[in-house]
Structure formats: C-alpha cells, structure tokens
Design a protein around this ligand. Structure first.
Ligand code: IDP
Ligand code: MG
Length: 140
C-alpha cells in the first residue's frame, strides 16, 4: 500500500446546504487527512478547464453552470491508497446507484448535483492538485 494524495471538491449543492463539515468527517473517519483546503468561487473559465475531458458530453455546459452556481470547498486528501479510497467513500456518480453510507448516497441530489468530486487516477490527482494548490499551501 502506498500513501497517496488526491484532489477532492465539495460541490455547490453541498456548500449551499452547509454540509462541508459533515462531508469532511467522512474522509477523516476513514483515515484520509485534509492536508490542504480552501473555499472558492470557480469562474466559468476555470470550471470549463477543470472538466475539459467531458467537453464532448451532452451534460458539459450544464455541469459547468452548476459548478459555478455557488462556492466550492477544495481539499487535498492524503492517506493509504487515497485515490481509490476517496472514490469508495464518495460512492457511485449517480446517488441513486451509490451504496448506503457513501457521501453521494447520503447527500447527493442527482447524478449532476452529487455533492463531491474526487480524482479518478494518481496522474489526474497530481494535475488536479496543481490546478488548485501551490506547494506551500499543502502541509502533510
Ligand atoms: P465522477 O465525478 O464520478 O468521476 P464523471 O463521469 O467524471 O463522474 O462526471 C463528472 C461529473 O459530471 C459528475 O460528478 C456529475 O456531477 C456530472 N455528471 C456525470 N454524468 C452526468 C449525467 O449523465 N448528467 C448530468 N451530469 C452528469
Ligand atoms: Mg470523473
């Protein structure tokens, strides 16, 4: 097992419902540490760039509008197998299909408004962490 870092975003549907602390608790209770964190308002340009891999998908424009509809809280999480662990703690993309006890099952409102983002590979985690944080903002 390897100690990894991954990028997590608490999305606008969750910040709107004041769920930031509750969602962070899921990570901490399952041995992921918050080693960097900030709250910010994404610009359309940033949201489009962050989700550029989905630009051909029919939901891309709507996804961008949703991601700029309110503040997000962005974290770097660190722990054993953090990339996969975070995906397990979040649950399936569609809250209706997610396992009980996962963030998306417990808090997600729809396949789009699913409360949390997590990097899907170690390589993407590195790029997504660099997208949001400088080295001096990450304290492991
Ligand atoms: P993931 O967040 O589980 O990795 P992706 O397929 O990478 O899922 O999709 C990125 C985000 O786009 C999702 O978290 C969700 O907010 C949104 N999304 C995914 N599929 C759909 C869809 O079919 N309709 C609307 N929004 C979607
Ligand atoms: Mg994804």
């Amino acid at each position: 097992m390897a100690t990894e870092r991954t990028l997590s975003i608490i999305k606008p549907d969750a910040t709107a419902r004041n769920l930031t602390g509750k969602i962070i608790a899921y990570f901490e209770q399952q041995n992921l540490r918050v080693i960097a964190q900030k709250r910010l308002q994404l610009s359309r340009r940033q949201a489009r760039e962050f989700y550029i891999v989905h630009k051909a998908r029919p939901f891309y424009d709507e996804l961008v509008e949703y991601m700029v509809s309110g503040p997000v809280s962005v974290q770097v999480l660190e722990g054993e197998n953090a990339v996969l662990r975070n995906r397990e703690i979040m649950g399936a993309t569609d809250p209706a299909k997610a396992t009980p006890g996962t963030i998306r099952k417990d808090f997600g409102e729809s396949i789009e408004r699913n409360s949390a983002h997590g990097s899907d590979s170690l390589e993407n985690a590195k790029n997504e962490i660099r997208f949001f944080f400088s080295d001096m903002e990450i304290v492991g």
